[in-house]
Design a protein around this ligand. Structure first.
Ligand code: GLN
Length: 199
């Protein structure tokens, strides 16, 4: 199995590390590869879109000529895991908490997000979430200039919530978290994604 990580910006190394841990604890033979250009997409069985800056990610994906292609392969079933800015990329609707703006999105999940929702005061914080639903138990996870998922509809299911807000959601082959699972102490979130890839 080959898992790609979009490697324009953001926490590539930490995702790499957590994926390797999840692979070894589930006895999965696999490779983890950086994804930057069109040909990289053609050889992978799943992709992680990490955190960073979603506006920049979208512009880079368009400039590198992979935005439309990636949307198509995800629609055709390629498993995808978007974290923080990556989750924003997967949403069908994105608004900014302060400014009115448009940004290039993959738009493959039935959800709406608000970028930079927590504003200055709580821009970045850690919180313990109850991820029992995916077999991870209670885990301390960081939210870094995190978006909020303001609405889900259609087949999108809420896997984990915090204070009544969805923080981990899934729609078929697409998985999203508003927090950074690669900076938590457990590879369980990556393990859950590997199970989606294996289905
Ligand atoms: N605020 C960023 C955005 O809007 C996301 C932050 C992150 O990925 N840590 O894209």
């Amino acid at each position: 199995m080959k898992i790609g990580i979009l490697a324009y910006q953001g926490s590539f190394e930490e995702h790499f590390h957590h994926l390797r841990l999840a692979m070894s604890s589930s006895e999965t033979q696999g490779e983890v590869l950086p994804v930057r250009k069109l040909n990289d997409i053609k050889v992978i069985d799943g992709i992680i879109i990490p955190g960073g800056e979603s506006t920049t990610l979208g512009v880079l994906m368009r400039r590198m000529g992979i935005l439309d292609e990636l949307r198509e392969v995800i629609r055709s079933g390629l498993p995808v895991f978007g974290t923080c800015a990556g989750a924003i990329m997967l949403a069908k609707e994105s608004a900014d908490a302060k400014v009115k703006m448009e940004q290039p999105l993959l738009g493959v999940m039935d959800m709406a997000v608000v970028r930079n929702y927590y504003g200055r005061q709580r821009e970045s914080f850690q919180e313990t979430i109850d991820a029992t639903s995916i077999g991870a138990g209670k885990v301390l996870v960081p939210f870094i200039r995190a978006p909020v998922i303001s609405k889900v509809w259609g087949p999108t299911e809420i896997l984990v919530q915090l204070e009544g807000r969805p923080v981990m959601v899934r729609e078929g082959n697409a998985l999203a978290t508003t927090f950074h699972p690669e900076l938590s102490s457990t590879p369980s979130f990556h393990g859950y994604f590997l199970r989606l890839v294996k289905r």
